[in-house]
Design a protein around this ligand. Sequence first.
Ligand SMILES: *Cc1c(COP(=O)(O)O)cnc(C)c1O
Length: 234
Amino acid sequence: MAQIAENLKTILNKIREIEKKADRAENTVKLVAVSKFHPAEAVIEAASAGQNLFGENRVQEAAAKFDEIRAKGINLDLHIIGSLQRNKVKEAVRIASCIESVDRIELLEEIEKQAAKINKSIEVLFEVHTGEDSKAGFTSEEDLTLAIERCAKGDFPHITPKGFMTMAPFTEDKELVRKSFVTLRELREKFQKTFPALDLCELSMGMSGDYDIAIEEGSTIVRIGTAIFGERVY
Ligand SMILES: *Cc1c(COP(=O)(O)O)cnc(C)c1O
């Protein structure tokens, strides 16, 4: 288990190194430790090593795990990063500070409804489909514009939009991966100009296999699982 602490240290050092090489300010990339399929003990091990931001993609698994951890008095920050069904939104809003995988307007409506019920303010990222083979995320810029417009109009008072998330295609072709990240960065710049009243500062992109390229292209949040916790056993 000491392996997790060691992996975390390695990853954080690498992140700082790539920031520097890419001429980016230090500590501008946040690390989400993706603990899906790993037990509460692994999360606690990472927390003991100083990591306090985690990511999970299945709400039920996350709720069981993080309720258990928080019941021990360990207070950790959690992002939901997986595609979300409407009937899971209530739990997601209860356990997370940010939902990174908002891919349709109806989800915003449900998040607002559930957040209002418990009077909680929650952050969201808009997941955008930028790769060839992943199916997740907004595919239409028109729909995405409508969603952000509704936020800018104040339709969702309990929701704070913070930026964008994407998954690059699973391929060895690094240029395709880079293209995906560039697409998200350019989209963010464009939407930030269109909606200056919103603070769309975050770019959540980069996983174990491609976070170096993501940071070079401006990522502010990397979501790393395997390189910290090891292979997942499904
Ligand atoms: C699982 C997952 C990750 C982490 O992937 P690794 O390759 O294990 O680092 C990142 N983002 C999302 C959306 C995921 O589902």
